[in-house]
Design a protein around this ligand. Structure first.
Ligand code: ADP
Ligand code: UDP
Length: 238
């Protein structure tokens, strides 16, 4: 089978079925639009395990996703989609680029979630865009955008509760959606949900349990990912 895409953290492989892909999680980590690079032993396995638990859970509670099945430690089978070039970021608590842009310190709970969009372009550094940009750039229709917002808010509600159950505060996260290759009228949640694309803070200690440990050189990056996985496994296999 052929690798059809190699990204910063994953590879995509063809399968016998033209509508199905194998998604491989690598050990590579990048931050600041690829400027900072590292590799962590076990990262691919941990992210695959965490993302698989979350996608299975989302499917169970009625969120349509690309997830088909876990193949092995670092590979999942997914339904092939045409990715919408819009990254959907949901924020529950001020942090990261929100705090940088606004001057509001990190850690303030929002009264309602903030949804933000960025143009998925490594060349341009994923710039912040809004609904009007998306319409005029032809990235998604007005109806598609309404669907993305609704789905992102639903996923947020589900994940806030799931992570709270395991003692984690879901600060913010990034989602990607795509049109099914087998039926382009259907948009599903794609890509991954793992500590690479979420901010997760321990509810008791405030400790960061996500990629900020790498971005900010806090150390013990994989220990944090391992702890997130262990807590989710205990909760989901209950
Ligand atoms: P990046 O492209 O940002 O470096 P990754 O290394 O995570 O990111 O690469 C995975 C790529 O696969 C991403 O570009 C993502 O949009 C894409 N992708 C995720 N799920 C699917 C899917 N089901 N079908 C097709 N492409 C997908
Ligand atoms: N995020 C991501 N990929 C991106 C941009 C952001 O996964 O290309 C995630 C990031 O991990 C965080 C959330 O989206 O959980 C919000 O990120 P932010 O805009 O604060 O940017 P950052 O601090 O990563 O520059």
């Amino acid at each position: 089978m052929q690798a059809i895409y190699e990204g910063k953290a994953k590879r995509l492989w063809t399968t016998e079925d033209p509508h199905t892909l194998r998604m491989e999680f690598k050990n590579d980590a990048t931050a600041f639009n690829g400027e900072k690079k590292a590799s962590f032993e076990d990262k691919g396995r941990l992210n695959n395990a965490i993302s698989t638990l979350i996608y299975q859970y989302l499917e169970e509670v009625g969120v349509p996703t690309h997830f088909v099945r876990k193949i092995d430690d670092t590979n999942v089978e997914v339904r092939k989609v045409e990715i919408l070039m819009v990254e959907v970021i949901v924020r529950n608590v001020s942090a990261g680029s929100f705090s940088k842009r606004t001057g509001m310190p990190e850690g303030k709970d929002f009264s309602q979630p903030i949804i933000e969009f960025s143009y998925k372009s490594d060349e341009l550094g994923d710039p912040l865009i809004n609904d009007d940009y998306i319409r005029e750039m032809g990235l998604a229709s007005v109806e598609d955008m309404a669907h993305l917002r609704k789905s992102a808010l639903k996923v947020n509600e589900i994940l806030i509760a799931l992570f709270a159950d395991v003692g984690l505060r879901l600060v913010d996260f990034k989602l990607e959606f795509g049109r099914l290759a087998s039926d382009p009228s259907k948009i599903v949640l794609a890509d991954e949900i793992s500590p690479d694309g979420c901010r997760l803070w321990d509810l008791k200690t405030g400790e960061k349990m996500d990629k900020d440990r790498f971005r900010r050189d806090l150390g013990n990056v994989m220990d944090a990912y391992r702890e997130v996985l262990a807590r989710l496994q205990a909760r989901i296999s209950e």
